[in-house]
Structure formats: structure tokens, C-alpha cells
Design a protein around this ligand. Structure first.
Ligand code: PLP
Length: 446
């Protein structure tokens, strides 16, 4: 039998290798370390499977409740009046996220566009937006804008903004929040994900506590959560713990790697409706919008999303465990609770960071032959390097890694449609670092 021949041959090779470890290839040594990391993280990996399973059932039950059928996938053209697939998709999302209503559309061009519609829908001139989790995600700075910038930003429309930085221990600075709330405060913003910062994401339980506290301080304000990267990382979503309005991107978690574009907004029905008037036009809202051929992939993506988020999280835990075993700093640590997809790794050296990011690209199924280089991205004060060999352009539920080239040289890795791909990516990246003489991989003696 061919298989047993191969096994014998392998065993012989191993015997020779055991005699002299130095002869082992870097890849084999890495695989050894990987096994050790997997054994270490096994309980955590099992927990993530459990969460993925519960969320998967939750999504299936929502599909069943609204009797999703093949004809919902066909899609409309023109105005898209009475597109049943679109209406049911909204209902399924609202059910999954425990919200009164949802607006799920391919017409949202990105996460930023989606969040922008949610905020412009809820705020009016003279109101104030207060972020209590520090600086929001970079692309939102221009949405908030500057007074008189002529861009039609929030500030340009007379909507003021203030923010309260997170405390050192990543807690909310409640004393400062209390001082910042005024009669003008209409929307309080919370970012669930760490974004590209060396901080933890906020858990849904923590967000629930925040909601209670905000309600005491200002019962009538609207609590908004930027849920990007957070969906299905836990069994509950922010709208299930009292958040009024929430938004996210379909080329991240809930699109399940299949939705080719779009975003969603969910929450209180009146606020979702107001947001829909920003997406299309006042009075028209979500009643129009041809879905073209996007529905099947959007439904199927949602069906798969809990599993894929689980795979990406497993990959992140594996990466953290392995890199910690090898002596790197990772955040979150492999055994920490997670509420988003992002895995930060601190390299402390520019060449190590670049080798790692380039190694992630080398492990892609798409564009593996392309070598990413740091470049001066508009809007950043320092060069940025990005690895993204993805099926969906910029799709960050797929394995990707980004890093600003600045001290202390942190890579932000996220996504992975399969656990094995993340593992392949991390091992390839470490091998790349070894090839460049940055690290020496020694046999794992334990
Ligand atoms: C990705 C992201 C956004 C913006 O989404 P884009 O699709 O990049 O416009 C906003 N907030 C957070 C936390 C994100 O991760």
C-alpha cells in the first residue's frame, strides 16, 4: 500500500532527524511548535467552537422563523419595490441581533458609509455626538469633520462632537463622561472593537453595564455602537443588552466571506428608518433599492458567518499562543476573552514586522506572489504596510494583516476563512522571519 510505504519512509526520515535536530527544516520545527501551541490553547479553542455553534443555531432559527425560501434569493432590478428577499433579510438580521428593525443593503459602500448614515440619521443641527471610548476608528474622523470644512461633515452641519478617552486600564472615564454630557448630547458612541490600538475590545457584558449607567445619566440619549469586527464573537450582540442603534460592515464578520459588498444598521425602528432616509432619500428610505444579484450570497454569508468568525477566532488564539511561546508580546493573550477579531502582535523591530506581514501575504491563496511594501497612505502620518490576499477586495473576515511603520512595531492581524489558513499564514510568516535571519527557530524540547 502506498500510504504505509509513505509512512515507513517518513518514520525513517524522522529517525534520522531525531539523531540530529539541526537537520530539521524550519517548517518541521514550526509544526512542532504549532502542536505545542494547539495543545496549550485546546480548552480555549473548544470554547470558541461552542460559541460558533450557538450562534450558528441562532442564525438558522431566524431563517426558519421567517421561512426563508429559494425565491428570496432572486433579487430585483430598477426601484426594487416589494423585493421580498430584501424585506425578509432585514427581518432575519433584526431577529439575529435582537433588534426591532434592521436595514441590510449592498448600497452601503463600506463600514464608514454605514456608520455615517446611522449617525446622520440620528443627529440634527445643534445636537452633540459624544464618544466615550476614545478616538473612533480613523475613517470616521472626516465624517465628524471640522466646522465649516464644506464637506457636509457632522460639524459642517452644526453637529458638535466631543470624546472621552479610555482610562489606562481601558475602563470608561465615568467622571469625565458625566462632565461631558450636556443638554445637547443626543448620541453617545461606543466602539466595540479595539480598532488599531493596543487595547482590549469591549465585551457585550461591559457594553450592557455601560448602557445602564448612561441611562441613569441621560435617559433620553441614543446609544450607538460601532459593531465592526464584533459580530458573532460572543453569544450576545450589543442590541441585545439595550443599545439603541448599531452598525457594521458586510465585508467583515456578518457577510461570512460571501457578501461581496454592503453594510447593516439595526436597532430601534424609528432610528433605523431615519438612517434609511440618509441612505436613499427622505420619504423613500428602505422601500426602494434593487438588490440585483446580491441576495443569495448575503443570506448564505450570514448563514456561514458564525462558523467563519469562529474559525478566525481560533486562528487568532492559535497565533497568540504560538507567538507567546516563541517570546513575542500579543494582545489579547491567547487565553483572554475576545469580543473582536483583531490580534495585535508587538515585534519591537521594523524588519521583523515587515517580514511577518509579507509572510502573511505569501500564505494567501490569492495574490501570494505580490509583496506588500510600506506606503504613505492618505490620512496617515506614517507609512502603512498591508497584507491582504483576499477574494473580496479589502474583505477583512479573510486573513489579513496591517501595520503602521512606527514604534513599537505592532502588526494587527485579523480574519481567516478557515483555521488552517490562519495557521498556514502564521507559520509562513515565522519561516519568512527565520529566512531573513531575524529569528532562529529551535527545536521544541518539551
Ligand atoms: C472597519 C471598521 C470601520 C470602518 O469600516 P470600513 O469598511 O473600513 O469603512 C469602522 N469602525 C471599526 C471599528 C472598524 O473595524
Amino acid at each position: 500500500m502506498v500510504i504505509s510505504c509513505a509512512n515507513i519512509w517518513k518514520r525513517k526520515e524522522n529517525q534520522r532527524y531525531i539523531v540530529n535536530n539541526q537537520e530539521r527544516s524550519g517548517w518541521e520545527l514550526l509544526e512542532q511548535w504549532a502542536e505545542h501551541a494547539e495543545a496549550l490553547a485546546a480548552p480555549r479553542l473548544r470554547e470558541l467552537d461552542r460559541t460558533a455553534e450557538r450562534n450558528h443555531w441562532k442564525v438558522i432559527r431566524a431563517f426558519q422563523k421567517f421561512k426563508v425560501s429559494d425565491f428570496h434569493f432572486s433579487g430585483s432590478t430598477g426601484y426594487g419595490y416589494n423585493d421580498r428577499g430584501r424585506e425578509v433579510l432585514d427581518e432575519v438580521y433584526a431577529e439575529v441581533f435582537g433588534a426591532e428593525a434592521a436595514l441590510v443593503r449592498p448600497h452601503f459602500a463600506s463600514g464608514t458609509h454605514t456608520i455615517s448614515c446611522a449617525l446622520f440619521g440620528a443627529l440634527r443641527p445643534g445636537d452633540e455626538l459624544l464618544y466615550i471610548t476614545g478616538r473612533p476608528y480613523d475613517t470616521l474622523h472626516k465624517v465628524i469633520g471640522n466646522e465649516g470644512d464644506g464637506n457636509g461633515s457632522l460639524k459642517d452641519w452644526g453637529i458638535t462632537y466631543s470624546e472621552v478617552a479610555l482610562l489606562e486600564d481601558r475602563g470608561i472615564d465615568w467622571a469625565q463622561v458625566e462632565r461631558s454630557i450636556s443638554s445637547k448630547t443626543k448620541v453617545i458612541g461606543i466602539q466595540r472593537s479595539r480598532g488599531y490600538a493596543w487595547r482590549s475590545s469591549l465585551s457585550v457584558a461591559e457594553i450592557g453595564e455601560m448602557v445602564k449607567r448612561i441611562r441613569q445619566l441621560k435617559p433620553d440619549c441614543i446609544i450607538f455602537v460601532d459593531n465592526c469586527y464584533g459580530e458573532f464573537t460572543e453569544e450576545l450582540e450589543p442590541t441585545q443588552v439595550g443599545v439603541d442603534l448599531m452598525a457594521g460592515s458586510l465585508i467583515k464578520n456578518p457577510g461570512g466571506g460571501l457578501a461581496s459588498t454592503g453594510g447593516y444598521i439595526c436597532g430601534r425602528a424609528d432610528l433605523v428608518e431615519k438612517a434609511s432616509y440618509r441612505l436613499t432619500a427622505p420619504g423613500i428610505g428602505g422601500e426602494v433599492g434593487a438588490m440585483l444579484g446580491t441576495l443569495r450570497a448575503t443570506y448564505q454569508g450570514l448563514f456561514l458567518a458564525p462558523h467563519l468568525v469562529g474559525q478566525a477566532l481560533r486562528g487568532a488564539v492559535f497565533a497568540a499562543a504560538l507567538l507567546e511561546l516563541l517570546g513575542f508580546d500579543s494582545n489579547p493573550s491567547w487565553d483572554a476573552q475576545r469580543s473582536d477579531l483583531i490580534q495585535a502582535i508587538r515585534f519591537g523591530r521594523e524588519d521583523a514586522l515587515i517580514a511577518f506581514v509579507q509572510g502573511i501575504q505569501r500564505a494567501a491563496a490569492v495574490d501570494a506572489h505580490v509583496v506588500p511594501e510600506p506606503w504613505d497612505m492618505p490620512g496617515y502620518d506614517y507609512p502603512v504596510i498591508m497584507a491582504a490576499g483576499t477574494f473580496i477586495q479589502g474583505g477583512s473576515l479573510e486573513l489579513s494583516a496591517d501595520a503602521p511603520i512606527r514604534e513599537p512595531y505592532i502588526a494587527y492581524m485579523q480574519g481567516g476563512l478557515t483555521y488552517s489558513h490562519v495557521k498556514f499564514g502564521v507559520l509562513t510568516a515565522l519561516l519568512e522571519m527565520q529566512k531573513r535571519g531575524i529569528i532562529v527557530i529551535k527545536p521544541n524540547m518539551t
